[in-house]
Design a protein around this ligand. Structure first.
Ligand code: S3P
Length: 167
């Protein structure tokens, strides 16, 4: 496929898609973009506020449009929000692109994010909710990805290198 992002990073919240994406873009000499950032810029408020004010369904509609626009326009490294792959049309759009799934287990998630209440989908019982989210999503990340890179115990630099090695 010609055009479109060079690499698309998918995976759960807190796995380091933005940090690793910035490093990858630097090493590949291209730009980094992330769809959560696009939504925040376009809406002028935080993702958490959008969830609270208008609900998850509204956020997902914004996200679907943001992902479609970014895949059409962006030629560098693109990171998607953790739940973007829930949408079947989005998954279809990803076919033919170099999609990398950054994975981590629940212990790594607890270390990285503290699994604290700052993320709207993990506000009640973070560990349990994280496990449930992953049980519902793991197969979708795997379905869209050409490569899975495990991030457990690795620094962002090491993860970026592993992604480059897999390209
Ligand atoms: C979400 C992940 C978040 C953000 C929103 C919903 C999810 O993005 O889009 O809070 O459903 O997993 P990050 O994966 O960039 O944290």
């Amino acid at each position: 496929m010609s055009g479109g992002p060079e690499v698309v990073l998918v995976g759960p919240m807190g796995v380091g898609k933005s940090t690793v994406g910035e490093l990858l873009a630097e090493r590949l000499g291209c730009a980094f973009r992330d769809t959560d950032g696009d939504i925040v810029t376009a809406q002028g408020r935080t993702i958490a506020d959008i969830f609270v004010d208008e609900g998850e369904a509204h956020f997902r509609a914004l996200e679907k449009a943001a992902v479609a626009a970014a895949i059409a326009e962006h030629e560098g490294v693109l990171a998607l929000g953790g739940g973007a792959i829930l949408d079947a049309d989005t998954r279809a759009l990803l076919a033919g692109h170099h999609v990398v799934y950054l994975s981590m287990d629940v212990e790594e998630a607890a270390k990285r994010t503290g699994l604290n209440a700052a993320r709207p989908l993990l506000a009640v019982n973070p560990r349990k909710q994280w496990r449930e989210l992953m049980d519902a999503r793991r197969h979708l990340y795997t379905e869209v990805a050409r490569v899975v890179v495990a991030t457990d115990g690795r620094t962002p630099d090491e993860v970026a290198q592993a992604v480059l090695d897999a390209l």
